[in-house]
Design a protein around this ligand. Structure first.
Ligand code: FA5
Length: 349
């Protein structure tokens, strides 16, 4: 009975001194846990004589409830204090802080910024156009009339009950810009593009392009080649300085003849796949080459569509796959990873 009394005093003192719920929990375990002091006393009383057993049992149970209640009251007080701190704005500055989660730019945004930086340093301005377009800007003005078979190449997503569509390419921005600005001009137009097509390792339904347009009195395909080679060199070298000084390794590109209604002649530009070093992999459909862009010399009908005289001007245009650039830069073998929203993937950039 005496030890029960001293336990009561001891427990009471210890409870009053606790500063947080964790300390309270330790006290609870010390007295009332499986191997707690009171629990042990209660488990031993069966060995006592009957009268003593009843007496001690009663006292021990009273003490048990007493401690339980003290702990509960103390815990409630602690919770009330922290709740009122939240309300009153009084903050306990000694509580360790929560580490904030840092986000960062999506790899495609990082690539877009890098592309803009390089072209700006080559004298190009960055412009934008709408993602929802009219048939005129996406097709007709680009010399692709309604029944032209080349329209099939752009698997178009049309908006329900309207004449509008999701742009299949960034080329309409060329038209919009030339309507408002006279040559000489040098622009790039990065942005989102949409096509209703089956996805695979290098094709998405929603992807990004960077349009380029340079028009002046005398601009040739050789100028296009030089600018594009310089761009690739800078983009894939560790830093622009390294490549200017010849420090970056030579990026292999090849230009193939192609067909686009809005350019004549037209080309396609491939680069040696950096994912497999040209050996062939899933990203480049085992060819060792990745198709990076369509390009060509601006077609006379495009000048006419924006009210310019084709006899006075020369220029090139290109439309480059931004996702493909990112795939090559970071050695990513599947374009769909960019849109997966998987943090394990995104956190690597
Ligand atoms: C065009 O879209 C033309 N507008 C490019 C152009 C502009 C030609 C100016 C001449 C003058 P194309 O459909 O080939 O062309 O697409 C251009 C690039 O976009 C491709 O080389 C490829 O890198 C990328 N691309 C095309 N379709 C997809 C897709 N579904 N997913 C990811 N990238 C794609």
């Amino acid at each position: 009975m005496a030890s029960l009394k001293s336990l009561k005093k001891q427990a009471q003192e210890e409870i009053t001194k606790t500063r947080d719920l964790k300390e309270l929990d330790t006290i609870f375990k010390k007295y009332l846990g499986k191997r707690g002091k009171i629990t042990q006393i209660l488990s031993k009383i069966k060995n006592l004589r009957k009268e003593k057993r009843v007496k001690v049992g009663k006292e021990a149970n009273l003490l048990k409830n007493f401690i339980k209640q003290k702990i509960e009251t103390r815990a409630k007080k602690m919770r009330d204090i922290s709740a009122s701190a939240e309300e009153t704005g009084v903050i306990d500055i000694t509580i360790p802080g929560k580490r904030p989660l840092f986000g960062h730019l999506h790899p495609l945004t990082q690539v877009q910024k890098k592309v803009e930086e390089i072209f700006q340093s080559l004298g190009f301005s960055v412009v934008e156009g709408p993602e929802i377009e009219t048939e005129w800007y996406n097709f007709d003005a680009l010399n692709i009339p309604k029944d032209h078979p080349a329209r099939d190449a752009w698997n178009t997503l049309w908006l329900k009950d309207s004449e509008l569509l999701l742009r299949t390419q960034t080329s309409p921005v060329q038209i919009r810009y030339m309507e408002k600005n006279n040559p000489p001009l040098r622009i790039i137009a990065p942005g989102r593009t949409f096509r209703h097509e089956a996805t695979d390792a290098s094709h998405e339904v929603n992807f990004y392009q960077v349009e380029g347009l340079m028009i002046d009195k005398k601009v040739s395909a050789a100028n296009f080649r030089a600018i594009i080679q310089e761009f690739f060199q800078r983009f894939f070298s560790e830093s622009a300085e390294a490549s200017r000084e010849g420090g970056g390794k030579q990026i292999k590109i090849r230009i193939r003849p192609s067909y686009f209604p809005f350019t004549e002649p037209s080309f396609e530009v491939d680069m040696s796949c950096l994912n497999c070093q040209g050996k062939g992999c899933s990203a480049c459909s085992q060819t060792g080459w990745m198709e990076m862009m369509g390009a060509g010399m601006v077609h006379p009908n495009v000048y006419k569509a924006v009210g310019l005289n084709p006899k006075n001007w020369q220029g090139f245009a290109f439309g480059m796959g931004l996702d493909r650039l990112a795939m090559m830069k970071y050695k990513i073998n599947d374009i769909r990873l960019f849109y997966s929203g998987d943090l394990r993937f995104l956190q690597q950039f």
